[in-house]
Every structure is written in structure tokens, then in C-alpha cells.
Design a protein around this ligand. Sequence first.
Ligand SMILES: [Zn+2]
Ligand SMILES: [Zn+2]
Length: 330
Amino acid sequence: MTRTTPPRPLDLTALFPELAAYATTSTRLHPRPGTPAVGDSSVGGPLLWPADEPWPMCEDGDTHYVDELLPPSSVRRARTVYAAATARAAATGQPYELTDAERAELPDDSAPESLVEQPIPFVAVAQLYRRDIPDFAGPQDADLLQILWCPLDHPDTGYNPSVTAYWRRSSEVGRLLDQAPEPPVVNENYLPTPCVLHPEQVREHPYPGLLPDDLQARIAAWEREHGNGQGPSYHYDLSLAPGWKVGGFANWSLTDPYPMNCAECGATMTLLFTADSGEWQGGDAGTWRPVEETGDTSVGPTDIVIGRGYALYVFRCPVSFQHPVATTMQ
Ligand SMILES: [Zn+2]
Ligand SMILES: [Zn+2]
């Protein structure tokens, strides 16, 4: 099934023609739980990974910030339990409640902190084939982007996962790695539930604070005049697509914009990829929920939670795809 973003409630560029110069596109990924294969674009699915290439490992050891640690198998078992209880409540109309047997299945304690002192295998976050993603960016001859992260909190990147990106030519991968190594423990918020994708290209405009002052002022005046705060909002309805996406613009609403400069060459970086806690605002609020979804659809299909429900924006260097990516939580 495809996923379709509803048309924007109004055409912004008809009101403010100069906005057209600032527009860009993004590809909303619309991840939904499924069983992707190595030949598929996915979130949290298996990667097309060469058997003879070392898997990335994090050696940050005890510099990780540690709260609750769980083995990936415990996280998956708990999600199965919660999903069964949710389905039962929906089918019977009874309140959501776990049975004693289900409760006994849930992990009751954090795994030992010392487990983070060994090298931690990264986990697959996303695999994106150029053919599926209109806003794919990468070296000219690359047709595959793989994004992985260390599934623990890193104080040096804002207490977020540590992200790395690989571009490949899929035809040159050769013999495939049978089984990716699993980390002994994870922060459960950073272990994606495997999802298939339903990519859709949409139009975006920049975060309001990044527009020229006079344009910002005229948009704000128009918002006050039309609907007095009740009508469509530039920020929430008309500019920035929420959810997992490739390309587009970041929503800087946590810190306000700050420069993202390449650590290698100093260039101003470009948004590559977004991992978001939610695909749209809950309930009927907001205008970004695909028309195919009902109010019952989970707003967090990947089970990833960034901070207190924020998004992790991954930026790339426009000078070289070899330069390291950088992240900000917003
Ligand atoms: Zn790490
Ligand atoms: Zn650079």
C-alpha cells in the first residue's frame, strides 16, 4: 500500500511567491513494520554487507552514558508482549492490560554496565537504494546508502547514538555477510523494529527562523490575520515534513538553528537523513498523517525514541561524501 501525504491546506507560494526560491524536496520514508530483505530499502532491516568487510564497532567503552541496558533479544520479546496486549484490547474492547504470564516475560532489570566496555557492534538503522528514493544523495556511481549507529548514548554527540554512513555500488558487494553481529546490550530506544518503506516525495520550506527577516515577519502577520493561531501554521503545517525522511530541512524547534559545519573541511553541511520518534502528531492534530492511515495507526512504527520524542538529524558534507556525517537532536 502506498502512503500519501494530504495536500497542504493551502498553497504557500501563491501567497508568498518569493518562498519558491527557498523550497526543496524530501522523501518521506513512511516506515511500517514488516520483513524487509537485503535487496530492499528498509529501516532496521538486513544490510547488503560484504562478507570481507569489517562490521563497524564502537569502542567508546565506559565513556558511554549508561541508564538502562538490555540485550536486543529482551527488547524484541517485550515488544511482542506489548503488541499482543494491544491487539487483544483492540479485539475485545477491554482495557489494555498485561496478563501475569506476559508480565513475567518482560525484563525486570538492567543488564550489567560492564557489558559496554567491550566493542559494541553498530546496528542497522536504514538501507536506502537510489532507485527507491527520489531525494537520494551520494557519490555519482553509488546506488546504496546504509546508515548505522552505536545503540548507546554518547555524551559527545548530545547523548544520542553515534551515527555512521556508508555509500556503495550494490553490484560490487560480492559475497554477503551471513549474519550481522549483535550488540550485547542496547538502549532499547535505539533498536529499530524492522520496517519496509513506502517512499513519497514532498515539498518543504525552511524552518521559519532561517527565512529572511522581512519574509518571516510577513508570514507571521498573515498567520495572525488568518485564523488567529487556529488556522494553518507555516511551521507545523506548511513547511517541514515530520517523520523519517531523506533530504529536506531540519526542524530546529528545540534549540533554534545553529551552524552544522563539516569537522573535516568546515563546509556548511546539508541534511541527509532524519530518524524521528513520531511520523506525525498524535490523534487528528496536524496535517501530515497519510490519508491511508486511521487514528489507530501507531505514530512510532519504528519504536525509535530520540530524547523526549525528538528527531535525530544526520547532516553530510557537500564537498565530499568521505567526510564524516554529523548529527543534531531537535
Ligand atoms: Zn558507542
Ligand atoms: Zn567536508
